[in-house]
Design a protein around this ligand. Structure first.
Ligand code: HCB
Length: 225
């Protein structure tokens, strides 16, 4: 796909233009472009540009909301295409996903969920502003293998630790792996809070989830009966 199409996708997010974002996504699908390529090379760079401009005071909250709307419009076209990839795969594991308490950012988390589903994981998305105990309750109910916790704010990333603690308190920590992500989150932070892994983007989250499933299989194989 020509670079100017990716630039137009990026610009549609900056402009907060849902119709343009959606049209460009449809054109990409019709042209046989891999949906993830459009997301990673077109739309996500637009989101990053919006974040930078907001931080510099060149964009305001309503602009950021309009950009999120444009991103949602593009995802409404690309999501089903991504999901199609996963329909025939064997079940890879059960994941409970959510954005941590106090945080309503959902775009990255939805993308992670879509790609996990596309790669055979059964995903239960708890939504946004989710307390640690809610993750634990759902993990128990679904016998989840992995809990994925998203946080986009430096003030809410500490609530990822509450999820690890809630799983510990529920006696589930040995059965459930925890992976964390979100713009301010780092590998070091994941280690500090006792999570099992950090993923910088949705494809890395799939790779991490797979390796956590392998780790789980190995540890359950060596546990005494
Ligand atoms: Co928001 N916001 N925002 N925001 N926002 C950020 C996050 C800032 C960085 C912008 C900035 O200042 N540069 C900033 C946070 C600063 C900080 O904490 N240090 C910020 C702020 C300050 C705020 C408010 C406080 C603004 C205000 O009210 N004054 C407010 C907070 C509301 C709240 O949550 N309580 C707010 C509100 C909003 C919205 C509602 C307008 C909108 C969200 C809409 C929605 O999600 N429905 C919004 C948006 C869109 C953003 C930016 C521009 C984009 C976020 C995004 O969607 N990125 C963001 C700037 C930025 O992040 N650079 C800005 C695209 C996705 C694809 O990337 O990083 O979310 P991602 O996810 C990746 C990756 O991290 C990883 O995989 C994903 C896919 O590749 N991943 C995981 C994510 N979760 C994972 C979980 C796993 O287990 C594994 C991997």
């Amino acid at each position: 796909m020509p670079d100017d199409t990716f630039s137009a996708m990026r610009q549609s997010i900056i402009d907060g233009a849902p119709d343009t974002a959606s049209d460009l996504a449809q054109q990409a699908v019709a042209a046989g472009i891999a949906p993830l390529e459009a997301i990673n090379n077109g739309y996500v760079p637009g989101m990053h540009a919006v974040g930078e401009q907001f931080a510099q005071g060149k964009m305001y909250l309503p602009d950021m909301m309009a950009s999120a709307e444009a991103m949602r419009a593009a995802m409404a076209v690309l999501d089903p295409e991504l999901k199609k990839l996963g329909t025939e795969r064997p079940m890879a594991g059960v994941v409970v996903l959510g954005t941590t308490q106090g945080d309503i950012h959902e775009i990255g988390k939805i993308l992670v969920g879509t790609l996990l589903s596309a790669h055979g994981f059964r995903v239960h998305d708890l939504g946004v502003d989710v307390a640690g105990v809610e993750f634990a309750v759902k993990a128990r109910e679904l016998s989840a293998d992995i809990v994925g916790v998203s946080a986009l704010l430096t003030t809410t990333m500490r609530n990822q630790k509450c999820v690890v603690e809630a799983l510990e308190q529920a006696g589930l920590r040995s059965q459930v792996k925890v992976m964390v992500g979100g713009a301010p989150v780092t590998r070091r932070w994941a280690e500090e809070i006792g999570a099992d892994g950090y993923a910088k983007d949705a494809m890395s989250a799939v790779a991490l989830a797979r390796s956590l499933m392998e780790l789980k299989a190995q540890t359950s194989a060596v546990q005494p009966v």
